[in-house]
Design a binder for this molecule. Structure first.
Ligand SMILES: [Fe+2]
Length: 388
């Protein structure tokens, strides 16, 4: 069954929040003790070069060693994971004789960690495992453990059951999903995000904002997701401008880590048209996922306001929006400016000539299945145009 169908194939709804989460400054030092609950000897640490340079991988390696665990580190990742990177990580996992994976990094590291444990048990191509094609039926109900330690506050992948990679044969960003891919433990340590520069801080933060807002506006009956999404938006309205202004503000960094995690908790309800617009922008033009969301979200909110005006107003009020029509979209554009982001897609190299192909790809993307207002290819073209 696909991700979208997971809660819809039955006559009743599924609400599921099972992850163990450690939060607090210094909590990364607990990673060894936590890992010891799931593995006895060896783990693979999956991270990226930036995290290694910042000394954050060393912190976790030390904790693992202290708990008597051997670790091998794999840092061959880019910001948009490819199949080749996952296969290299899977080879490192096999060579190390690892029993589980610790991810230290942003969404890419956490997603690759999940895909490595999938690959350790499944021989099929990632194209066959595509969630949109029902690939989850090939993924075992039990996988080796993943422990996720985010260093950015954006994707919330640390409590998510899905991973995204660009599949070589299709060139498309592909979602792989299975409940067994859920990390066993998420460790949210705000000290690990203190050194993230202001640009990525703003972009990843806007991804978290988009998750909360799209989940809140998504169709479906999920009061838990709605409540978590609204609280996530409150944290973001308070703390995203603070961390952008002062990256060393540990309390605000903690708030953003919570909000990012809450965004992912809430989007099990569903996402929306903004993610369908942003996925082709990243896959085709290499635009950062969070930035792509930031550039498309106001137009999507304006588009959805016709069908869910009360929800749009309520979310807008959190960002100080005026209660009139279009207020939420305007407040989001102002926030974007405050965070030093460009005012539209044309500023990042998107032209009118790109739009028909992007719109066709957006229509194929599964995320808009959750959008409260149905989207046609023409709507996607109009939404891109409004976001230029
Ligand atoms: Fe996202």
């Amino acid at each position: 069954m696909s991700l979208a169908l997971y809660s819809l194939h039955m006559a009743f709804t599924v609400w599921s929040y099972p992850t163990r989460i450690l939060f607090g400054a210094g909590s990364a030092a607990e990673s060894g003790r936590e890992a010891k609950n799931f593995v006895s000897r060896r783990v693979l640490l999956v991270t990226d070069e930036g995290v290694v340079r910042a000394g954050l991988a060393r912190l976790v390696e030390a904790s693992l060693a202290e708990s008597g665990l051997e670790s091998r580190t794999f840092a061959g990742l880019s910001s948009n994971p490819t199949e080749a990177e996952v296969e290299a990580g899977a080879a490192a996992y096999r060579d190390a004789g690892a029993e589980g994976v610790i991810a230290v990094g942003g969404g890419a590291a956490m997603d690759v960690a999940k895909l490595i444990v999938v690959r350790s048990q499944v021989d099929r191509s990632f194209e066959e495992l595509d969630d949109a094609l029902g690939g989850d039926r090939f993924i075992p109900k039990v996988l080796p453990p993943v422990i996720a330690i985010p260093t950015t506050a954006g994707t919330g992948s640390e409590i998510g059951r899905a991973a995204v990679l660009t599949v070589a044969s299709t060139g498309a960003k592909t979602v792989i999903f299975a409940p067994s891919m859920l990390p066993k433990v998420a460790i949210l340590d705000p000290e690990l995000s203190l050194s993230l520069p202001s640009g990525p801080t703003a972009a990843t933060g806007f991804d978290a904002l988009t998750h909360c807002l799209e989940a809140y506006l998504a169709k479906g009956d999920h009061p838990m997701a709605d409540g978590i999404a609204l609280m996530g938006l409150e944290l973001i309205a308070r703390d995203l401008p603070r961390v952008y202004g002062n990256g060393r503000d540990i309390e605000a960094r903690g708030g953003m880590l919570k909000a990012a995690m809450m965004g992912a908790a809430s989007f099990q309800k569903g996402l929306g048209a903004c993610h369908s617009l942003s996925h082709p922008l990243s896959a085709e033009l290499g635009i950062h996922h969070g930035l792509a969301n930031a550039l498309c979200l106001p137009a999507v909110v304006d588009f959805n306001e016709q069908v869910v005006p009360e929800r749009v107003r309520r979310a807008g009020a959190i960002f100080g929006a005026d209660p009139g029509a279009g207020g939420c979209g305007r407040a989001l554009r102002q926030l974007r400016t405050k965070l030093g982001m460009p005012g539209g897609l044309s500023a990042v190299g998107v032209t009118r000539e790109h739009l028909p192909r992007l719109a066709a790809l957006a229509l194929k993307d599964g995320c808009h299945g959750g959008n409260p207002r149905p989207c046609t290819e023409r709507d996607f073209l109009d939404l891109y145009t409004a976001s230029l």
